[in-house]
Design a protein around this ligand. Structure first.
Ligand code: FAD
Length: 481
């Protein structure tokens, strides 16, 4: 006999289909697609609901709330932490059709649907002579809703900041389907409690965003890019600190250790520098007016003179983009080192980065597994990976031990366990390292107040989850070129 829960779920689904005919899919293909994100663990929803207008989100949530059905909002599903997978089944809410864009050039504000793809927005904004800086490496796929829910960063944060720095306001829905508007398309707003910022980075656990008002800035007149090779990881990361101290203000300041460089070069089939191997790299972009750029470039050249073993300057935008593209492939390229990755986007104070990288090198020896590391060195945000083969019990055990040690070291250095990917499922084991019991209880109280039935993205952030105990699925995403 069907349980009360499954009878209710079936009744709710029938009601949903009546309200949104033709938009609710229960096919294997649709459910599988919505069951995974870039963490590659699969948890199937009962149905996938595609909304085409903001008020439909309210309708779906009202029904879900009434019947106690879990709802997981989804953009592109590029989350690195499992935050976009429907762990407790229920309905996956596909928001990608909310793709309207309006640009107010005078106020320099873009009003965009949650489903707008980040790179598409940037292209449209740049056509209007303006600039929307947040640029996660997934920007060709990720959506603005997903960026807000994860407070996405990217390469240009070192100069321009993260998604939060550009969100003036947004509208969306509470768990019970009530519409809310946290902020308006205005430059100033201090009315009531700031729930706008509370929801940014909350991974779809507090409400669903349907439209956002984003601050735009002047488009830099010119850009320039150089690539610098260092004989060791520590010397590259020490240079980062000294360069910032010297007043050079890069718009991109990316680091790749020698393990990552080797993977990226093998993946793209192109060496980054023709006459070196075994080097670590800094990729540096400068931007601004012609005058500012001339001054900054001269300062950078003088700074790098005796520090590097090789360097290369991009000739023009196309070469610069090609270098950035190599950097964007780093994440996928390291599967040549193992079929499974534990991927941590940790942040430490800038002056502690050299110590952290020395730790990862020692860890590599200790656990006998590759620890390729790259990332946004200008923000102290390094992506440390441990690569291993899942089928090998000894490797799995060593990888798990290694990642726990790494996270303890990060916190000991005054850092944070995640800088831009969020907690999702993957970082849950480390919440207790970062936060006191009182802090976690306060977060829980906020969650319970806003989502008393616990239907929004349940199982994420707070519930115990051991990521390494779950088998990843074989899936090819658009970003796995
Ligand atoms: C190759 C690659 C490179 C990446 N590089 C970066 C990087 O440089 N910087 C970075 O920050 N991240 C990066 N990421 C991670 C990921 O792309 C970002 O977290 C991105 O913001 C997720 O957007 P999405 O549309 O794919 O969201 P999804 O993965 O679909 O969802 C992510 C989370 O947001 C929630 N959510 C989605 N839409 C909404 C909404 N409208 N309302 C409420 N909640 C919502 C989901 O429930 C989930 O919790 C990368 C990922 C990949 C695969």
């Amino acid at each position: 006999m069907a349980s009360k829960k499954s009878t209710l779920a079936a009744t709710a689904l029938r009601a949903l289909r009546r309200k949104l005919p033709g938009r609710v899919s229960v096919t294997q293909a649709a459910r599988f697609k919505a069951s995974v994100d870039n963490l590659r663990l699969s948890f199937w929803p009962d149905a996938v609901v595609r909304v085409e207008a903001a008020q439909e989100v309210g309708m779906v949530l009202k029904l879900a709330h009434e019947y106690g059905i879990p709802v997981t909002a989804r953009g592109a599903g590029s989350s690195a932490t499992g935050s976009a997978v429907p762990l407790r089944r229920g309905w996956a809410l596909d928001l990608t059709a909310l793709d309207g864009v309006k640009i107010d050039r005078v106020a320099r504000i873009a009003t965009v649907g949650a489903g707008v793809v980040t790179a598409d927005l940037q292209t449209r904004v740049e056509r209007a002579g303006l600039f929307y800086p947040p640029d996660p490496s997934s920007k060709k796929y990720s959506t603005i809703g997903g960026n807000i829910a994860c407070n996405a960063g990217g390469m240009r944060c070192v100069k321009y900041g993260v998604t939060r720095d550009y969100v003036l306001g947004w509208s969306g829905f509470l768990a019970d389907g009530s519409p809310v508007q946290w902020g308006l398309p205005l430059k100033k707003y201090v009315s009531g409690l700031n729930l706008r910022d509370l929801w940014i980075g909350s991974e779809g656990t507090l409400g669903v965003v349907t439209e956002a008002h984003l601050r735009l800035v002047a488009k830099p007149e010119q850009r320039w890019m150089g690539l610098y090779a260092f004989k060791s990881e520590s010397s590259a990361l020490r240079a980062v600190r000294e360069l910032l101290k010297a007043g050079i203000e890069p718009s991109i300041l990316e680091f790749m250790d020698c393990q990552t460089v080797a993977c990226a070069e093998a993946y793209t089939g192109k060496p980054l520098l023709s006459d070196t191997s075994g080097v670590s790299i800094l990729l540096i972009e400068l931007d601004g007016s012609a005058g500012e750029l001339r001054k900054q470039r001269a300062a950078l050249r003088a700074f790098m003179l005796d520090r590097t073993v090789a360097q290369r300057e991009a000739r023009g935008e196309m070469q610069a983009e090609a270098l950035l593209q190599v950097r964007r492939t780093c994440s996928q390229s390291m599967y040549s080192l193992g079929d499974t990755k534990l991927n941590e986007d940790v942040v430490v104070p800038i002056e502690k980065q050299a110590e952290l990288i020395r730790y990862t090198i020692a860890l590599k020896k200790e656990i006998g597994l590759p620890t390729p590391t790259y990332g946004h060195a200008g923000d102290g945000n390094l992506h440390v990976h441990i690569m291993y083969n899942r089928g090998d019990a000894s490797q799995s055990k060593r990888a798990k031990r290694g990642i726990k040690k790494l996270m303890r070291k990060v916190v000991e250095l005054g850092g944070v366990i995640t800088g831009e990917h969020g907690i999702g499922l993957a970082k849950v084991p480390f919440m207790g390292l970062q936060h006191s019991a009182a802090e976690i209880a306060a977060m829980r109280a906020v969650k319970d107040a806003l989502d008393p039935k616990g239907i929004l993205n349940p199982g994420k952030i707070f519930e115990p989850f051991e990521v390494w105990d779950h088998e990843p699925v074989a899936v090819k995403f658009s970003w796995d070129h």
